[in-house]
Design a protein around this ligand. Structure first.
Ligand SMILES: NC(=O)c1ccc[n+]([C@@H]2O[C@H](COP(=O)([O-])OP(=O)(O)OC[C@H]3O[C@@H](n4cnc5c(N)ncnc54)[C@H](OP(=O)(O)O)[C@@H]3O)[C@@H](O)[C@H]2O)c1
Length: 252
């Protein structure tokens, strides 16, 4: 049985990942605040196991209990592969220096950065010794490397993901560390989801380059969630790509 943990599973890239992973040989653990009834129905149709954990991941304190519950379920049938895709994130707060509230900054940092780090820690702790291929993909963004006025907090959280992944991979590679565990930061590229919609609808005083987001949609630059999910999923088997690295959609 393949076991897959996907956060941010209700919409966008995460929902597309879950849709592609559901099947009779897979158990998918989906995490988000809301449950997608369509995905639940799809799992029933395909005879796949989909376990939903409706949780607010902006509170990293939920991670230990969540992962402990998942670990108990992973023992139900022998595992052939275990993966974590930490995909849940938010683009807000959007605004220029001096306009953002500390509470909003902290919330974004918890959801986009602290929770993915905590999920990875628990994944290594709970599954590190399980002798099957293990993959951890933390969803990053080109914003980790680009200067994007109005998105400083989002960019900083994604840059943090890249930095964490590089060190975490070096740690698991040390002698005596877990076998066959690869950790990646992956950018899905520009994807037509609610996140892009939010950017297109934001006032230019908060997001001076807003017209770029509108143009990208009009020019058809955005990929679909299904296309992005399909590329990200290939990382499960791309042993030629350096673990610990930041992988861009176009390189997959
Ligand atoms: N779209 C793009 O162009 C783009 C580009 C680069 C990188 N990315 C990255 O790709 C990933 C997916 O983005 P997306 O565009 O698919 O986003 P999206 O459409 O906004 O979906 C976000 C997902 O995260 C979940 N989520 C948000 N806040 C949450 C919370 N507090 N607790 C639990 N779950 C929460 C949402 O579910 P609920 O609302 O049900 O909780 C939803 O399932 C993100 O990491 C994003 O940074 C996206």
């Amino acid at each position: 049985m393949e076991y897959h943990i996907v956060t941010g599973a209700s919409r966008g890239v995460g929902a597309a990942l879950v849709e592609q992973l559901i099947g009779p040989e897979a158990t998918v653990f989906a995490v988000s605040r809301t449950v997608s009834d369509e995905l639940v129905e799809l799992a029933a149709d395909r005879g796949g196991s989909l376990r939903w954990f409706p949780m607010d991941l902006s509170d990293p304190e939920v991670v230990d209990v969540l992962m402990a519950r998942i670990a108990r379920m992973v023992t139900e049938e022998p595992a052939s592969r275990i993966t974590l895709i930490a995909n849940a994130a938010q683009i807000e707060p959007i605004g220029l220096a001096g306009t953002l509230s500390t509470a909003d900054i902290a919330l974004a940092a918890r959801l986009n950065l602290v929770t993915p780090i905590a999920l990875t820690q628990q994944f290594v702790r709970l599954f590190g010794d399980t002798p099957v291929p293990k993959r951890v993909i933390l969803i990053s963004s080109g914003a980790a490397r680009r200067v994007m006025p109005g998105l400083s907090v989002y960019s900083a959280t994604k840059a943090g993901i890249n930095a964490f992944v590089a060190s975490a991979q070096a740690e698991v590679e040390r002698p005596g560390g877990p076998e066959d565990l690869r950790i990646y930061a992956a950018s899905p590229g520009l994807v037509d989801t609610g996140m892009q919609e939010t950017l297109r609808e934001t006032d230019e005083t908060a997001l001076p380059e807003r017209e770029n987001y509108r143009a990208w949609q009009e020019e058809g630059t955005l990929s679909t969630p299904a296309e992005a999910a399909g590329k990200i999923r290939t990382l499960f088997d791309r042993d030629d790509i350096q673990p610990g690295s930041f992988v861009h959609y176009r390189d997959l």
